[in-house]
Design a protein around this ligand. Structure first.
Ligand SMILES: [Zn+2]
Length: 352
């Protein structure tokens, strides 16, 4: 079986028990009250057990048959042996709104995302994390992104709750400093809006799982400063492990685009990719220096960016002009965003 066959078969096995109720054929209509409350609870308990088992199998998967190489820079690079993120895996889905040819990453990155999502599924249940673009199968320039060229960048939507505090499928909504957001759906229709809340518990656990995964070699988490602050407060007030909290505080920052609607997550070159031409952007954190020392590898700085390495980027102004008519509430939100889109903000310099 080829490399991808191994991955597909393993995930299929793990996911077989994890079909969401939305994918199952509808149950035959029953008369009201035909199913006792006890039976309904039993059915729900079985579904939870099946999802736990699927997550457990995913976490136990052997990835050693797969190999990939991330070449050059995140912003001017290529990918060899790229692995596709599955469209669905326990606790994870690739966004149905994104181009599925942009879901390739290194083995390390794809494995880490799948395992972090499975851990959230196993420990907290809820709905799948939604993953947006990674890279093309062979890497290279990709529309709408400055980086995402070498299989080590990924955009991840935040876990989200509805106004009752129940998990809701994530959308690319903006979140404000209180953790509130709105899914505006039809931008011109004020009556179809859905109020959202940033799901701190699941989002934090997903990040914690990535940070704790020493083989993943997570480098940076780009996110709006006010959401970073909410995550830090959540972690500290829940006595999360201090090493993880310290690393999160160091490796997260708000870049020039505010990232109040998704994380951009970047991973370091795997040590064995460095000798094949993989190059890291700054910074090199002390814990990563130690990893490289242990592996006998030395990080290489970014290569000069070549002409033609840029993909087409859509500016905010262009996106807003393209969006067409908007109801006044959407306009009000976009104006409020200026508060956190611009420098300066308290506490911490922007990352570059
Ligand atoms: Zn990104």
């Amino acid at each position: 079986m080829g490399r991808l066959g191994v991955l597909a078969a393993a995930l299929l096995a793990a996911g077989a028990a994890a079909c969401s109720s939305a994918q199952k054929p509808p149950a035959p209509m029953a008369a009201p009250g035909a199913e006792s409350q006890g039976e309904a609870e039993l059915t729900e308990a079985r579904a939870v057990t099946e999802k736990h088992e699927a997550a457990r199998q995913t976490l136990a998967m052997d990835w050693s048959a797969l190999d990939s190489t991330s070449m050059r820079n995140p912003n001017d690079g290529a990918l060899q042996g790229g692995v596709p993120l599955p469209l669905r895996a326990p606790g994870l889905r690739f966004s149905p709104r994104r181009d599925p040819s942009a879901r390739f990453g290194t083995v390390e990155v794809v494995r880490a995302l799948i395992q972090a999502a499975a851990r959230v599924e196993q420990e907290l249940g809820g709905l799948p994390v939604t993953i947006n673009d990674l890279s093309y199968e062979a890497g290279g320039p990709i529309p709408h992104h400055r980086s995402h060229q070498s299989g080590r960048d990924v955009d991840v939507l935040f876990y989200q709750l509805d106004s009752n505090g129940d998990p809701i499928e994530s959308v690319g909504a903006f979140f404000d400093p209180t953790g509130a957001g709105v899914d505006f759906r039809d931008l011109a229709d004020p009556n179809d809006d859905i109020l959202l809340q940033f799901d701190l518990a699941r989002t934090w656990l997903f990040l914690r799982a990535l940070i704790e995964d020493e083989d993943a070699q997570l480098q940076q988490i780009f996110v709006a400063e006010h959401l970073r602050a909410l995550l830090l407060r959540h972690a500290r007030s829940n006595d999360e492990p201090s090493t993880i909290v310290t690393r999160f505080a160091a490796m997260s920052c708000q870049p020039s685009y505010p990232h109040d609607d998704h994380f951009h997550i970047r991973f370091y070159c795997a040590p064995d990719d460095i000798s094949k031409g993989c190059r890291d952007s700054a910074p090199l954190y002390p814990w990563h220096r130690k990893r490289l020392q242990r592996a006998g590898a030395q990080s290489l700085p970014l290569a000069p960016k070549r002409p033609g390495a840029n993909a087409k980027i859509v500016t905010h102004e262009e996106a807003r002009a393209d969006a067409g008519p908007m109801d006044p509430e959407v306009e009000r939100w976009l104006d409020r965003r200026k508060q956190w889109a611009e420098q300066p903000h308290p506490g911490r310099p922007y990352c570059r």
